[in-house]
Design a protein around this ligand. Structure first.
Ligand SMILES: [Zn+2]
Length: 302
């Protein structure tokens, strides 16, 4: 029996060292359209349940999860996990919470409400993996209208309901997203939370890094839906396009296709060999001698 901790550590190994075919075989890979469908369905159900049942801890958590999922995939190029968990709510007034911050006047990785009518929300990420390399340039973008609506709804009563449920009077959580104790997510907790959520929605236990691979794989495939430029998407994900190409497996689909073709060939060869082996049952020994390939297979098989 493999201990649970070992499985968890194994899951945190860089996925690029895993063979995509083995991910597929292990049921740890789903396509971008499937992932989008799962997330959009969860979003729709969260809104329906909120309308029918009102603001409860459960409907608030559902909306929280729908917002988290829609930010992780589907409505934005997948933001890095570290940026997602440290995203500060618009209501937070204090100093930057990033542990390594030495920027004067920094407001941290933050979600802003620019205007409410029309609703315009913006994400600004001064702290990201390439911040030093990019001369401290922030990643900054306005949210799509639908996603802004979802987040705005969540940040009102539902988020307050979660805070009231999880925290004692006087405690607060500055972050947009919170764990089951009302605290900001630790990376490992968010990874497990996401995997569990995906499984509950009928998906697979795929971590957020692999979702980034699914996204890149879709963007560079021939069947990519209309969407952002590679350069723009890479920026939101905290990469340069070159890093995108270095880091992600750009050959996933071509190699998959090739594997399928090779497998067909093997199947055909096996079937052909089986026919010949069956044939030897009624063939003479002389015929068998003239078929060295068949003899070799015969020896291997028996
Ligand atoms: Zn800062």
């Amino acid at each position: 029996m493999v201990p649970l901790w070992l499985l968890q550590v194994a899951d945190q190994l860089p996925w690029r060292h895993k063979d995509p075919a083995s991910l597929l075989a292990a049921g740890k890979w789903i396509s971008a359209p499937e992932l989008v469908h799962i997330i959009d369905t969860a979003w729709k159900h969260a809104e329906q349940d909120l309308q029918q049942e009102g603001v409860t801890v459960q409907t608030s958590r559902q909306l929280h999860d729908a917002a988290l999922a829609s930010m992780t995939f589907s409505h934005l190029p997948p933001i890095r996990l570290s940026c997602m968990k440290g995203l500060v709510a618009p209501s937070y007034q204090g100093p930057c919470l990033h542990p390594d911050c030495n920027l004067t006047g920094c407001e941290g990785n933050r979600l802003y409400i620019i205007t409410t009518s029309p609703l315009l929300m913006r994400i600004q990420l001064p702290h990201h993996k390439n911040a030093c390399k990019w001369g401290q340039a922030s990643i900054e973008f306005d949210l799509p209208a639908e996603l802004a609506e979802l987040l705005y709804t969540y940040l009102g009563e539902p988020r307050r309901a979660l805070l009231d449920h999880h925290l004692l009077i006087g405690q607060s959580c500055p972050y947009v997203f919170m764990d089951m104790h009302g605290r900001g997510f630790a990376s490992a907790v968010l990874t497990l939370y996401w995997q569990k959520w995906l499984l509950l929605q009928g998906g697979v236990s795929m971590n957020t890094s692999m979702c980034r691979q699914v996204f890149v794989d879709e963007r560079v495939s021939n069947s990519a839906a209309a969407g952002p430029s590679n350069q723009g998407a890479a920026m939101v994900m905290g990469h340069s396009e070159q890093q995108w190409r270095n880091w992600y497996d750009m050959q996933f689909h071509p190699r998959l296709a090739q594997n399928a073709v090779n497998s067909m060939q093997r199947t055909s060869e096996d079937s052909h060999a089986a026919d010949q082996v069956r044939c030897t049952c009624c063939c003479s020994g002389a015929q068998l001698e003239h078929s060295p390939t068949l003899q070799a297979r015969h020896l291997v098989r028996f």
